[in-house]
Ligand binder design. Structure first.
Ligand SMILES: [Zn+2]
Length: 404
C-alpha cells in the first residue's frame, strides 16, 4: 500500500482494530443469515507527507450505495453548521444571482437548502439519501463525483463559484480523479471548501471510533496543503469547527487568487506542538486505544454481573467501530435506540444489535445507557433525562466512565 497523497511506500502501520463490515451497512432482518463481508481496519502514518490513512481501501460501490442510510437533516449539529457555513460564504464571497454553488456528497440537500433562491445550486451524491433531496426539488445528480462528472457539469451548467464537500473528502477513493474534477469545475475566483474530521481532535480526544472503513484519510492541515499543491491549488484559509467531535474546514482556490490567511501558519504550529508529524504520537495513541477498550469492558462486564440492563444510545457509524472493536454484542446491549432514523428496524453491522425507536428507552427504563454518539453527550444526556429516562449513562471515551 502506497501513501494516498505522496505515494511513499514506506508507511508506518500503528493501529489495527480487527476486521469490520462497512459501518453504515445496517442490515435488514432477512440479511442476518447471509455472510457479511468484513475488511481489515488498519491505520498508517506517512512520515514523508504526514498523512494518517487506512491501509485497506474498500470498493466504494460496496460502501456508499444501497446500504447508506445516513441523513444530514437528522443531525441538529450539522443542520446548524451548514446554515452558518452558507451564510458566511454568501457574505464573504459576495454570492449573487450569477453564481453557481455545488455540494459534493449533498445527501438529503440540507446544506444546499440554505442558499438564497436566486443562486443556482447542484448536489452530487450517489447515495439513497439523495432521493430525499430530489423530493425537495433540490437539483441533484445521483453520481459519484470525479473528473468525468465534473466535465459533464462544467459543459452543461458552467463553472462553480463555491464547491463544498463536507464529511466526504476523507472518504473518496479515487482521489486523483476527484482533485482533477475540482480543478475543472472551479471558476477563476471559485472557492472549494472541505470539512473533515480533524486528526488533532481524534488524537487528543481518543476518538478512535471515528476510524472506519469509509473514512480513508485522517487529515491534519499539512498534508492537505501538499495535496492541493500537487494539483496547482492553494489552501488560503483554515479553521477548526466543532462538528463530529472536532473538524477542520479549509478554503481552497486557484493559485494566488485570495491572500493566504495567518490562520494557516498558526494551525501548522499547533500541529507541530501536538506531535502530529511524529510517529511516536501515533504509537502512543494506539496503546491508549487498547487501554480504553479494556477499561470499558471492565465497566460493562461488572454491570452485567449484577444482571442489570444496558442499551446503546444512538446508532452512528462511529458506534459500530466501537461495538465491533470491543465486541459488544446482544449479551451486553439489549438494543440500540435511535430517533427519527431510517436505521430503525434494522440491525447493526457486525454485532447485529437491533435498532429500536428511542421511545423504548422510556418504557423499558434500562439501568444503564451506553452513549455511542458520546461526542454529543452535553446535548443527549439532558435531553434523555428531560424526557424521563431514569438510568445512568456510560461514556465510552476518552476515558470510559459512568456519569454520576
Ligand atoms: Zn505521504
Amino acid at each position: 500500500m502506497k501513501c494516498q497523497i505522496c505515494s511513499n511506500e514506506n508507511l508506518h502501520k500503528f493501529l489495527s482494530l480487527g476486521n469490520h463490515p462497512p459501518s453504515d451497512r445496517f442490515l435488514k432482518k432477512e440479511d442476518l443469515n447471509k455472510k457479511e463481508p468484513t475488511y481489515p481496519l488498519e491505520v498508517s502514518f506517512c512520515n514523508n507527507c504526514k498523512l494518517v490513512q487506512l491501509t485497506h481501501a474498500v470498493d466504494p460501490s460496496i460502501l456508499f450505495t444501497d446500504s447508506f442510510v445516513y441523513t444530514t437533516s437528522s443531525s441538529g449539529e450539522l443542520v446548524k453548521n451548514f446554515s452558518e457555513l452558507v451564510s458566511n460564504l454568501t457574505e464573504k464571497f459576495n454570492l449573487n444571482s450569477k453564481d453557481f454553488a455545488i455540494d459534493i456528497g449533498s445527501n438529503d440537500g440540507t446544506l444546499l437548502s440554505n442558499y438564497s433562491k436566486e443562486i443556482k445550486v447542484l448536489g452530487i451524491d450517489p447515495s439513497e439519501s439523495a432521493k430525499l433531496a430530489i423530493q425537495k426539488n433540490i437539483p441533484t445528480l445521483r453520481e459519484f463525483f470525479n473528473e468525468q462528472t465534473a466535465k459533464k457539469v462544467s459543459v452543461k451548467q458552467g463553472k462553480a463559484k463555491i464547491i463544498t464537500a463536507t464529511n466526504v473528502f476523507a472518504h473518496v477513493k479515487e482521489l486523483d480523479s476527484f482533485m482533477k474534477g475540482i480543478k475543472e469545475l472551479l471558476a477563476e475566483k471559485g472557492v472549494f471548501v472541505q470539512e473533515s474530521h480533524y486528526l488533532a481532535d481524534m488524537i487528543s480526544g481518543m476518538e478512535y471510533d471515528s476510524i472506519y472503513l469509509e473514512h480513508l484519510r485522517y487529515y491534519s492541515l499539512k498534508p492537505l496543503i501538499k495535496l492541493f499543491e500537487l494539483y496547482g491549488l492553494e489552501v488560503f484559509d483554515a479553521e477548526r469547527i466543532p462538528t463530529h467531535g472536532g473538524s477542520l474546514r479549509v478554503y481552497v482556490c486557484k493559485k494566488n487568487v485570495y491572500p493566504v490567511s495567518e490562520n494557516i501558519a498558526e494551525i501548522i504550529k499547533e500541529e507541530e506542538k501536538a506531535g502530529l508529524y511524529e510517529k511516536k504520537t501515533f504509537d502512543d495513541f494506539a496503546l491508549k486505544v487498547k487501554e480504553t477498550k479494556t477499561k470499558l469492558m471492565e465497566i460493562l462486564f461488572s454491570i452485567k454481573k449484577q444482571e442489570k440492563k444496558i442499551v446503546g444510545i444512538g446508532a452512528p457509524a462511529k458506534g459500530n467501530t466501537l461495538l465491533n472493536y470491543c465486541e459488544i454484542d446482544s449479551n451486553i446491549l439489549d438494543y440500540l435506540a435511535e430517533r427519527e432514523s431510517l436505521k430503525i428496524g434494522r440491525f447493526s453491522p457486525g454485532m447485529h444489535l437491533k435498532v429500536l425507536d428511542e421511545s423504548n428507552v422510556f418504557s423499558d427504563q434500562p439501568d444503564y445507557a451506553l452513549l455511542l454518539a458520546w461526542n454529543l453527550k452535553n446535548i443527549i444526556v439532558p435531553k434523555l433525562k428531560e424526557k424521563g429516562f431514569n438510568g445512568k449513562f456510560i461514556i465510552p471515551n476518552p476515558v470510559p466512565h459512568i456519569l454520576e
